[in-house]
Design a protein around this ligand. Structure first.
Ligand code: ZN
Ligand code: ZN
Length: 547
């Protein structure tokens, strides 16, 4: 009798287990649209077609009050946080670059000199996720499926491909556009010994070169009433152009703008990303069996167009109307290759962006640009006056001051006194709103004000600087490059509020204005798949999203 019951129970478990496995999506697609403000969904809504953003909204779930929960809101930390469900404090990606106190230089968040580039001789290929300290949900899916479920990450930017896909990815591919790159989709020996033949074929197909074409508006330029005028003084001008207006003739501009980089800085970088993604899905047979695969896609050109032209430009509107068509092309391909209702998609961003400060100023909204290099010099001059030791402050990267501890010890300087001098000096600047000692930040009680919690979340005790400061709203760093266009880094709403859309298998139809955090995405997907949460995830599964 007991034997019989045991047999029944084990049969029961076998069926439920296989049912739940068959119930999982065949493919999870995580899309990050670089620098997508939440209001790009609403501002351009009437112009979007039915098959892209609107399809996600109408068939899926729209989390309308979704935010980043740490400072700084930059690309590397953003991509890492979406897929790990945790914050820079734990995943360690505290910026796109940070100052390494041992190496005494800036390091990039995905640099890895122990690997070789594949598809390029450029340093831009020597990249891997080794500096990310934790797992992504894609890593957990690989462990759960005994490495049978595939993971592939794709983005024009290396960090946009590498960090989402995680440590166990079968491949990450990024585009060699920067530093006069060769226009190939490339990878590194972290993932494989050589590029697959189909990637080489894609690279020699001439598809990338075909985007050296004229960027004109998709529709009649007079219909772009959601944006400012085409000619204005808030936008960057491509080298070789006289003003920042349509059309932008990329073939003519390529020599003066680092070759393929001009494509990355136009909406065609996103089109090329879709081209390469569709080829990847087909060649790698993603979503073709019942074991869940993960595909991560970073649409990076939106960020580059945003930096150049700012949120209010016709260029940004046109880039989003074109991206909407790219999403439709992607979803149509997934419908036919994987099957309608067999895959799950989420779409979010890695940070938002403020309006161009001079545009805000012209409209009486307080804003500004802050010269960080001049500030660092002022601080060092002041410290020299006091201690007669030069360059005691080494770096101000990511609004964090790094100190030269060797000099401080050698000259027997009282570090608390030195920090107090720096702190008073920083607070004397009109555009700086707060200054914090990291020794204090690490002791913040959970009831701290929100900006303080965001600094706490963004602060890694081993990698971050010792004094952190924040600017007033709508202030970012002054460089010749930043006087037009936009930049992002802060904990204010324009940088933290980004779209979060889910659709497809296992997702309810609906919307919420309840606040969600960027760190909730990875645990939500993990819960949907029934797999372990990423190892350092601090977010909560969004129950109301899951069917
Ligand atoms: Zn970004
Ligand atoms: Zn950016």
């Amino acid at each position: 009798m007991l034997k019989y019951i045991l047999l029944l129970t084990s049969l029961f478990f076998v069926t439920t287990q296989s049912q739940s496995q068959n119930d999982n999506p065949k493919l999870v697609v995580g899309i990050v649209v670089d620098q997508m403000r939440y209001d790009y969904l609403t501002r351009f809504y009437n112009k979007y077609g039915e098959g892209g953003f609107k399809r996600m909204i109408n068939e899926g779930f729209n989390c309308k009050n979704n935010h980043f929960n740490y400072i700084p809101t930059k690309t590397g930390p953003g991509h890492a946080s979406v897929f790990t469900g945790t914050v820079p404090k734990y995943h360690g990606i505290i910026g796109n670059d940070w100052f390494d106190e041992d190496l005494k230089r800036k390091v990039n968040c995905v640099e890895d000199n122990s690997v070789e580039s594949l598809g390029s001789l450029s340093e831009d290929g020597k990249k891997s996720p080794i500096q990310m300290l934790v797992s992504t949900f894609a890593d957990e899916n690989r462990l759960f499926t005994q490495m049978r479920g595939k993971t592939i990450g794709i983005s024009v930017k290396h960090r946009g491909a590498i960090l989402p896909a995680g440590h166990t990815a079968n491949a990450a591919y990024w585009w060699d556009y920067d530093h006069n790159g060769n226009g190939n989709w490339i990878s590194s020996t972290f993932y494989m010994e050589a590029l697959p033949e189909w990637v080489n074929d894609f690279n020699s197909s001439g598809i990338a070169e075909s985007y050296f074409k004229t960027w004109n508006t998709l529709y009649d330029i007079n219909s772009y009433i959601e944006s400012g005028t085409d000619v204005n003084e808030y936008e960057r001008i491509f080298d070789g152009e006289k003003q920042s207006s349509f059309p932008h003739e990329l073939a003519k501009l390529k020599n003066e703008n680092d070759g393929f980089k001009i494509i990355a800085n136009s909406p065609f970088g996103n089109s090329l990303t879709t081209d390469f993604t569709l080829k990847t899905i087909e060649e790698e047979q993603l979503g073709k069996d019942n074991i869940t695969d993960v595909l991560t896609i970073g649409y990076s050109s939106t960020d580059k167009v945003g930096h150049d032209f700012g949120p209010n430009s016709i260029e940004i509107e046109d880039t989003y109307l074109r991206l909407d068509l790219e999403l439709e092309r992607l979803f149509n391909a997934l419908d036919s290759f994987v099957g309608k209702g067999e895959y799950t998609v989420f779409l979010t961003s890695d940070h938002g962006a403020p309006h161009v400060p001079s545009y805000l100023e012209d409209n009486k909204i307080p804003s500004g640009l802050f010269d960080l290099n001049a500030m660092l010099k002022d601080v060092n001059d002041l410290l020299f006056e006091t201690y007669k030791v030069s360059d005691l402050a080494l770096s101000r990267i990511n609004n964090q001051i790094f100190l030269d501890h060797q000099k401080i010890e050698k000259h027997n300087i009282n570090i608390q006194e030195l920090k107090a001098i720096i702190s008073r000096k920083l607070l004397s600047y009109k555009l700086i709103s707060s200054v914090h000692m990291t020794s204090v930040i690490n002791k913040f009680p959970s009831s701290s004000s929100y900006q303080e919690t965001m600094l706490f979340n963004g602060h890694n005790q081993k990698r971050s600087g010792e004094i952190l400061f924040t600017f007033n709203p709508e202030v970012f760093k002054d460089t010749p490059w930043n006087r037009t266009g936009t930049d992002h880094h802060s904990g204010y709403n324009y940088d933290t509020h980004v779209p979060l859309l889910f659709f497809g298998k296992g997702i309810k139809q609906g919307e919420t204005l309840k606040r969600t955090d960027i760190t909730d995405i990875a645990p939500t997907i993990s819960a949907l798949l029934g797999i372990s949460f990423p190892n350092a995830s601090i977010g909560n599964p969004l129950e109301f999203v899951i069917d």
